[in-house]
Design a protein around this ligand. Sequence first.
Ligand code: ZN
Length: 84
Amino acid sequence: MDKFKKVLRFNPLIGISKEFCQIIKIEGKVCLQCRRKGIKTIMSKKHLEEDHQINIFGFQRLWNEIRDYFIHEKKQVIDNSSRN
Ligand SMILES: [Zn+2]
């Protein structure tokens, strides 16, 4: 019967919304405020916090939380299936 056991696959990229992609794009854009001053830099989380005192969540942290959620869910499903 083990031959017919269903393979559990988890892909954290499934369900990633357009908004998440927009967050990544925004953090990669050139900072217009600094460009006017002749400074070429992107609007990364670090730049916004250090140079403009703007706190954002940041796509890296968001991605880490999505990934951790999937790892946690995968572990729970595996634990539950091994009990049966
Ligand atoms: Zn700037």
